[in-house]
Write a protein that binds this ligand. Sequence first.
Ligand code: PBG
Length: 328
Amino acid sequence: MISRNRRLRANDSIRSLVRETNLTTNDLVLPMFVMEGNNKKEAISSMPGVFRQSLDLTVQTVKENYDLGIKAVNLYMKVSDNLKDNTGKEAWNPNGLMQTTIKAIKDAVPGVVIMPDVALDPYSMYGHDGIIKNGKIDNDSTVEALTKMGISLAEAGADILAPSDMMDGRVLAMREGLEENGFTDVGILSYAAKYASAFYGPFRSALDSAPVDAQEIPADKKTYQMDFHNSREAIDEALRDVEEGADIIMIKPGMPYLDIVSKIRELITQPIAVYQVSGEYAMLKAAAQNGWLDNDKVLIESLTSIKRAGADMIFTYAAPEVAKLLNR
Ligand code: PBG
């Protein structure tokens, strides 16, 4: 035998020399759940180790994680029911929780990249990412609302808007809105290929944002999020968002969709973000808590596989503990 592949696997030094993918803290983005109040911290039962926190504790957590090497945070608000309606107008309240949170983080940790979520579901009385008209999610009025939200978040100090709504044409509308208002340096990370996935369950309970059960509204998000049977359609979504002016393209969920990541990687030059979503996190944690999987090893392996598929950055709830593992 002339060729023996095992030669380059003989020991850790050799393996590290020929390693094709390296996971570092530079790759990590931390999604965070923020709630009203002071000194408040609530556990999310289906996401062990993840909390909803009030603003003061959120700022502290951002700082701690920045010191660990995590340079970007992705923000979600838990909005109280009395602020929710069909238009989602609380989303562009200049004194809203998201806007206040962005300002406070900017003040305390100016180096961190702030990526707020842009979508109406936490603000919608129906738990949908769009405005409902005649029993349907209305694309164009939703895009107008999202653009208002985006501009309001840019005014508060957001660095990169992260629209997760999957309406058509929202990247272009948001880009134009930002330009017209002088926010030429605010970027857009668009959830280009976001699938209608059952893996979002724990996230929706964290924010109490699941579509409500009512006759007159759609029961699920399948008219805007992608059908998980499809892959060519994801390519079309990604190319379109790039054309509309997206700076970074998101594919979501992560592990069950690595084929999509690797295909899109071949076709665009823009950076790719992948979201290891709440359900993926919950699966890994549940198995680890039962002693069925090695927590640290599966976290590193799962994130490395996402990077190997072509991700430049990964949104993961495990970012703090993974940063600690990587810094060891
Ligand atoms: C909503 C949004 C969702 C997630 C991020 N933004 C849920 C959904 O689309 O219903 C899911 C994230 C996760 O599961 O970790 N715009």
